[in-house]
Design a protein around this ligand. Structure first.
Ligand code: PRX
Length: 615
């Protein structure tokens, strides 16, 4: 049995190898002189021209490493070649059938430089948006790094998104180029991605080129044909030049395009990959995230490459062809650091631990989680059955907006199951009430970040007022994460969940409004309210309350039709678990749906203050 607040101290072998043995000392240093701290980290990377100022904080706008000129693709590739890593494997990619594809840093450098040159010949210029709709693959990584190499801004869209969701994102970014794969293989089936792209771009005249990897019909440009041109040097990018846009769900129906820039993002991702996972140069690292999400951007692509690390990518689903798959990969490649999501851990946990018998996991040293709160039972299962009680578990809290880890423990520091840990190097957080007043320990409140950090979002693309919302919803000139959290006497932070109308379905972020808009776009739906309902494996699932238009009657068929409709509009991450047809929705007198009331009813909790309820 787990004791409340039990601490797990780092195993001796983890401690011995740790780069940072005294977390608190380094943390103190990073906080007492953040600019000095970050400047030192940035200088471990390559700059064509040094920055002359570390930070300019003009609330709520921050600039980092001012006037510095660099290029993240140069730092991921050329810099490693200069360090003699040309022959080192950068990625080992495994498909569902266990076929292996390897690429060295040298080969990746060639491919990226040549692809970059081809993009230039196609007329792609600095600042142009390039949409990448591809699954995790070497091709997706080439496309990202090649864009970065010439200063084009990539917008990767998770390849599970529907045509409509893809269209919204292409349109919002007015992408000049769309790069896709002809198909994706998942659970033994081929999914036709190209036709999704074609549907998505119908009538969007600003899309000038479609580049297709794999089988490429004649009227499109073959990805592979762009890999044999001459090589493009990395262009000089200003530290504050945008690097990418990544769309994420907010509280309105429209996803927001989170903008990250070059120098600060690069510096913080480089540092956190190195220290959270305590990566050594001979380590093999396996992060299960898809490149379509921020974890894929920061900790599959940029972080490991900036550190010259060999990474594993497993294509396809976690449990296909068998639930042993990821663990057999760990055994086969002697993986040292493994990074996954609580939802996957809970899925494995359901199978007990028999299925792990006979698989040698002894190479592991650090195992991490991200994306949603990990319940102590799942933490313990992970620690015991995957970590064999001899690994450090790091539970990393962060967001698309933060770009890199914000709260975690590092391997040499004791962890507490269920608690993300402590603020990271250079990061100060507070738990406050709605007036911005700091709350005492053990009192849940809003999680805010006090000071700017290098990898913070710089904008919401085309919507600066949405950027401002992060900084004006809680008094005190702080960034509001949207999360509720609680801190214990020792300063460990536990994340309790979202404070806003954003759901976390199997770690994926989706706005209740997005699902509601999708529902009302069906002719039978007059109104709907969507809430998250607790679920053993997925953390949360979607429950929808639906008010039908006149002339429609509730039925099993209609319920299924609506579920399919939402899936078509938003993609398979928006699977509705349950639909309840109702005659009325709880609303405030001003007409706002009170999801809080529905949520409480769903959870069997007290509905709280209903004085503003209309009926
Ligand atoms: O609610 C928090 C949850 O995921 C949100 C951010 O989602 P997204 O931008 O998709 O990024 C996910 C990957 C970084 C947060 O506001 N979250 C993320 N990590 C954790 C977490 N909740 C609890 N514990 C975590 N370790």
């Amino acid at each position: 049995m787990l004791k409340v607040n039990q601490k797990f101290y780092p195993p001796q072998r983890v401690l011995e190898m740790a780069k940072v043995k005294d977390f608190e000392a380094l943390y103190k240093k990073s906080i007492s002189d953040p600019e000095g701290f970050w400047s030192d980290v940035a200088k471990e990377l390559f700059w064509f021209q040094d920055f002359d100022k570390v930070l300019e904080w003009n609330f709520p706008r921050a600039k980092w490493f001012l006037n510095g000129k660099t290029n993240i693709s140069y730092n991921c590739l050329d810099r490693n070649l200069d360090a003699g890593l040309g022959e080192k494997i950068a990625y080992i990619v495994l498909d569902e059938d266990g076929n292996e594809e390897k690429i060295t840093f040298g080969e990746l450098h060639r491919a990226v430089s040549s692809f970059a040159k081809s993009l230039l010949s196609l007329g792609v210029k600095k600042g142009d948006r390039v949409c990448i709709y591809m699954p995790s693959s070497i091709e997706a990584i080439i496309a990202m790094l090649a864009s970065a190499r010439i200063g084009a801004v990539h917008s990767v869209v998770f390849a599970g998104f529907s045509a409509q969701a893809l269209r919204t994102r292409i349109q919002d970014a007015s992408a000049k180029v769309v790069i896709t794969s002809s198909q994706i293989k998942r659970r033994g089936k081929n999914i036709d991605t190209l036709s999704t792209v074609l549907e998505a771009i119908k009538g969007l005249d600003f899309v000038e080129h479609i580049i297709v990897s794999g089988e490429c019909p004649q009227n499109f440009i073959s990805f592979e044909s762009l890999l044999s041109s001459s090589l493009a040097d990395a262009s000089l990018m200003d530290s504050e030049d945008p690097l990418f846009i990544l769309y994420t769900s907010g509280t309105t129906g429209k996803p927001k395009g989170i903008v990250h820039t070059t120098g600060g993002y690069m510096t913080a991702v480089y540092l956190s990959t190195k220290l959270t996972f305590d990566l050594g140069s001979d380590d093999v690292y396996f992060c299960t995230a898809d490149v379509g999400w921020i974890t894929g951007h920061s900790y599959v692509v940029y972080g490991p490459l900036l550190n010259g690390i060999t990474s594993i990518i497993a294509k396809g689903a976690p449990d296909y062809p068998s639930i042993r798959r990821w663990f057999e990969i760990i055994e086969r490649y002697r993986v040292n650091v493994f990074y996954t999501a609580p939802t996957a851990i809970r899925m494995f946990m359901r199978y007990g631990n028999e299925f792990l018998k006979g698989i040698d996991l002894s190479s592991l040293r650090v195992i991490g989680t991200v994306g949603e709160p990990i319940n102590p039972e799942a933490w313990l299962w992970y620690y015991k059955n995957v970590g064999l009680e001899r690994c450090a578990v790091v539970d990393t809290w962060w967001q698309t907006e933060t770009g890199s880890h914000m709260i975690t423990t590092i391997p040499s520091y004791p962890a507490k199951p269920g608690m993300a840990g402590k603020p990271y190097f250079g990061i100060e957080v507070k738990i406050v009430d709605e007036e911005g007043k700091e709350l005492p320990p053990n009192t849940p409140g809003y999680l805010v970040i006090n000071k700017p950090w290098p990898s913070m979002l710089r904008d919401c693309f085309n919507e600066p007022e949405r950027y401002n919302q992060y900084f004006n919803s809680i008094p005190g000139n702080v960034y509001f994460s949207g999360d509720i959290a609680v801190c214990d006497e020792e300063g460990y932070i536990m994340i309790l969940g979202r404070a806003d109308d954003v759901l976390k379905i199997a770690g994926h972020r989706i706005g209740t409004m997005e699902v509601e808009s999708a529902l009302v776009s069906h002719p039978s739906v007059a109104e709907s309210a969507v809430v998250g309902k607790p679920h053993d494996i997925k953390g949360e699932v979607i429950k929808a309350f639906v008010l039908l238009r006149q002339g429609y009657l509730p039925s099993e068929e209609l319920s299924n039709e609506l579920k399919n409709h939402v899936r078509e509009v938003l993609g398979p991450i928006a699977v509705i678990e349950e639909i309840e047809f109702v005659d009325k929705l709880p609303k405030t007198r001003s007409g706002k749906i009170m999801r809080r009331v529905l949520r409480a009813i769903e959870r069997g909790q007290d509905v709280g203050d209903t004085s503003t309820l209309e009926d």
